[in-house]
Design a protein around this ligand. Sequence first.
Ligand code: GN1
Ligand code: MG
Length: 362
Amino acid sequence: MIQYNCTTLKKGIILKKMTENILHHFFDFNKLINATAFGNGHINDTYKIELKINNRIEIYLLQRLNHQVFSEPFLVMENIQQVADHLSKKKYQLKILSPILTLKKQLLYKDSGGNYWRVFNFIKNTIAVEKAETPEQAYEAAKAFGAFAKALDDIDISLLKTTIPGFHDGEKRMADFMLALKNAPSKKIAAAKKEIAGVLQQKAIFKHIAALKLPLRAIHHDTKINNLLFDKTTMKAAAVVDLDTVMPGIVLSDFGDMVRTFASTADEEERDFTKVEIRADIYGALTEGFLSEMGNLLTDAERRSLHEGGPWITLMQAVRFLSDYLKGDVYYKTKYPDHNLHRAGKQLALLRSMQQQTFSRR
Ligand code: GN1
Ligand code: MG
């Protein structure tokens, strides 16, 4: 009998076997050369795949779409396809992430275990970063997210389906949090006392943003800096990726998530909160980069409220991490028991730093 101890080699063999079976539903290939886990996503499982097809080596991205989070996987894929089709008809300079269909011309393959799989073109010679290193990098990435939003400005948004209802609805997130708090074990409530108080103190932000009633647009909804690929050689923006949450929303979602992830001195996983601060130079550069593309397309109300996006999204992310901690880590992948609590604490520290600064309100 074969004994499976989890050496890297054995894990690699199991991964190869598993992905090989799936890939036969997408390609007629001679050989699977390599399959490796890829990226830092909290939700889906991603693999980089090297295949030999007709004696040529081709590289793809294979993903298992988390259908607990995305309960309508085909709608997610139809949104991505709509976006790819629209971008390909525009003067859009960046590379486009496009779904590769199964041999039966489907956007997803469902395996016998009920898992949904998809394949994308692999965008070569690129890297992702976890926080902006320089204002130039922040400008470049924000300009790219701006170019993406600009190219989608004229898409008929009724073509885009709301795949996660209330995804960036702060008041709904707050109601979910109150329910999680009601049902949480007392030990967890005690451990999260400071973070719970922090969220409750700030909740008026959600009501305020909802009252602005900003117009709906095609919104990416996950403009973390690591969802922008840079060309490895030139460090110019190469592609906007992770289009799972492209759906109707408000511009503060995309601007706010850039502020949250570009302008912080520390990445999302930082545990030393004294290191967490918002950086004025990065904030300025990202605002300039985004507005260089979107400036003329925003309404007055959108422009006036733009600087409220950072605090709003950062608080929402704190609420989401903290709710997940209270519920027993059912949503985000975690690496240790208090991971979601620490993530929430980091977001609250960042929010406080945003509220202490004045540069974004000038
Ligand atoms: C999730 O899987 P990933 O890392 O792309 C989440 C985002 C959060 C983000 C926090 C569908 O994205 O909304 O902002 O984690 N995506 C979903 O890092 O919930
Ligand atoms: Mg994502």
